[in-house]
Design a binder for this molecule. Structure first.
Ligand code: JFZ
Length: 404
C-alpha cells in the first residue's frame, strides 16, 4: 500500500493539506518590485531603510481577521514571517531594536497572530530567515548570502519557542551552506534544531536549514510525482506558491492566478501526497488586498463542498486516471474529474465497488463492473467546471492494484 509512515507529531500536518503563508514586514510600505528582497535588490542604504520603521503603523491590522480568512479558505494552518532577510523582526526581541515594538504600532505581531491562531484552533508555524542583510556584524558569503552571528539567531529562536506558548512549526529560509562555511560562521544547524525540539517537542521543521528536516519545500513549482526518499519511502512535502508573482506586497503586480488554477494546484499537490501553502502579502495597513481575499473565498467555497476529498487523504497511484487526479481516504477513492470524459468513463480497478456517487450532493452514479473494468455512466454535460469529484466506495482495499 502506498500509505506514508509518519510520526505522530507530523499527522496534523499531513492531514491539514492546506495552509496560508503570510509575508509581511516594513518592506510592504514600499510595495514595489522584489518586495521583501528590496533592501538587497535596490541596495538601499541601511539608514534609508531604517526610516521605514517610524512609518510602519498598520492601523488596519487584525490578527483575528487574518485567521478567519484562512478558515474561510479551508486552510488549517498559517505560516508567518517573523523575520525576513531584511532582518526586521515582527516581534518583541531583546536581540535588536530593529523590531516592531519600535514602530508607531508598538505591537508584537507574532504574539497577536499566535494568540488568534490558538483561539481559533488554527496551527501556527513561524517563518524565520537565516540570512540577514541588515545586521551590523553580518558575515557576507557572496551575493545575498549574508549571515548574522549564530548566537543572535539561536537567541531569537529561543525567544520564539519560549515566549508564545505552543508553536506548531518553524519554517526556516535559506540556511543552506557548505561545511566549511558553517565552520567559519560557527554555525550549527543541529544545535538549533535540538534546542527548538527541546522547547517545542512536537514542532515540525522544514528542510531549509541545510538538514533534511520533517518535510521538503518546493517553491513556486509542483513535483511531477509523489516525493520519495532513496529507499522509495514516501516523504512529506509542502509546495509554497504566490497568488500573483510576489511574496511580499506589490501594489502593481496584478498577475493574479484565477481561483480555478489555484484549486487545480491544490488538487495536484494533494494527489501527490503534498501540502499546499498559498501566500498573501498584506498591505502596509495590515489589510489583505481584495484580489487575494476574493480568491481565498473562492477556494473556500469549493473546499466547503469537496473538502472530504482533500483533508486527510493520501495518494492513489494504483488508479490510472487520465481525466484528472485521484486522492484516497480509507476505502473511498476520490476521482477529481478536471477534463470531462463524456458520458462513459472506464477505470481499471480490481476491487469490488460498493457505491459510486457525486461528492457534492451524494447523487448516485450508475456503474457496471466486469472483471477489472469499472464503467461509470456520467451525465453528458460537465457538472463542475473547476473539478467534479466522483466517489468510488470500495468493499475493501485489498488488492488495490491497477489491473494491468
Ligand atoms: C525564499 C525567499 O527568498 C523569498 O523571499 C520567499 O520568502 C520564499 C518563500 O523563500 O525564496 C528564495 C530562497 C533562496 C533564493 C531565492 C529565493 N536564492 O538562493 O536565490
Amino acid at each position: 500500500m502506498n500509505d506514508i509512515q509518519i510520526a505522530p507529531y507530523l499527522k496534523w500536518f499531513h492531514n491539514a493539506k492546506f495552509g496560508l503563508f503570510i509575508h509581511w514586514g516594513i518592506y510592504s510600505l514600499l510595495g514595489r518590485d522584489k518586495a521583501e528582497w528590496i533592501l538587497y535588490t535596490e541596495k538601499i542604504p541601511i539608514p534609508e531603510y531604517n526610516k521605514l520603521v517610524s512609518q510602519f503603523n498598520p492601523t488596519g491590522f487584525d490578527a483575528n481577521e487574518w485567521v478567519n480568512l484562512s478558515k474561510i479558505a479551508g486552510m488549517k494552518y498559517i505560516t508567518f514571517t517573523t523575520r525576513h532577510c531584511d532582518g526586521f523582526c515582527m516581534f518583541d526581541t531583546k536581540f535588536t531594536d530593529f523590531n516592531s515594538m519600535y514602530t508607531p504600532a508598538k505591537c508584537d505581531f507574532v504574539a497577536e497572530l499566535v494568540k488568534a491562531c490558538h483561539d481559533s484552533d488554527i496551527k501556527i508555524c513561524l517563518y524565520y530567515c537565516l540570512w540577514d542583510w541588515h545586521h551590523p556584524d553580518r558575515i557576507k558569503l557572496g551575493g545575498p548570502r549574508m549571515f548574522p552571528p549564530f548566537k543572535y539567531v539561536k537567541g531569537m529562536l529561543r525567544e520564539l519557542c519560549t515566549n508564545y506558548g505552543k508553536i506548531d512549526g518553524i519554517w526556516f529560509d535559506v540556511g543552506h551552506m557548505s561545511n566549511a562555511e558553517a565552520e567559519k560562521l560557527g554555525w550549527n544547524a543541529s544545535e538549533l534544531i535540538e534546542m527548538i525540539r527541546t522547547l517545542q517537542p512536537n514542532i515540525i521543521i522544514n528542510d531549509r536549514t541545510g538538514l533534511p528536516g520533517d518535510y521538503s519545500t518546493p517553491e513556486q513549482w509542483i513535483p511531477e510525482a509523489p516525493v520519495r526518499d532513496k529507499d522509495g519511502e514516501l516523504k512529506l512535502w509542502e509546495a509554497c506558491m504566490t497568488i500573483n508573482d510576489h511574496w511580499g506586497y506589490h501594489k502593481d503586480d496584478h498577475n493574479h492566478k484565477p481561483v480555478s488554477q489555484l484549486i487545480h494546484h491544490l488538487i495536484d499537490v494533494v494527489s501527490k501526497g503534498g501540502n499546499f501553502l498559498l501566500n498573501v502579502g498584506p498591505m502596509p495597513t495590515g489589510k489583505i488586498q481584495s484580489e487575494f481575499v476574493e480568491r481565498l473565498y473562492g477556494i473556500g467555497a469549493w473546499m466547503k463542498v469537496n473538502g472530504e476529498s482533500i483533508y486527510g487523504t493520501t495518494i492513489c497511484p494504483e488508479i490510472e486516471f487520465p481525466y484528472g487526479q485521484c486522492t484516497r481516504k480509507g476505502n473511498k477513492i476520490f476521482l477529481h474529474i478536471l477534463v470531462w470524459p463524456g458520458s462513459g468513463l472506464k477505470i481499471h480497478i480490481r476491487n469490488e465497488v460498493m457505491r459510486v456517487y457525486l461528492l457534492r450532493d451524494k447523487q448516485k452514479i450508475n456503474f457496471k463492473k466486469s472483471e477489472d473494468i469499472l464503467t461509470l455512466q456520467l451525465p453528458k454535460l460537465i457538472l463542475d467546471s473547476i473539478d467534479t469529484v466522483v466517489v468510488l466506495e470500495l468493499k475493501n482495499l485489498k488488492k488495490l492494484k491497477y489491473a494491468n
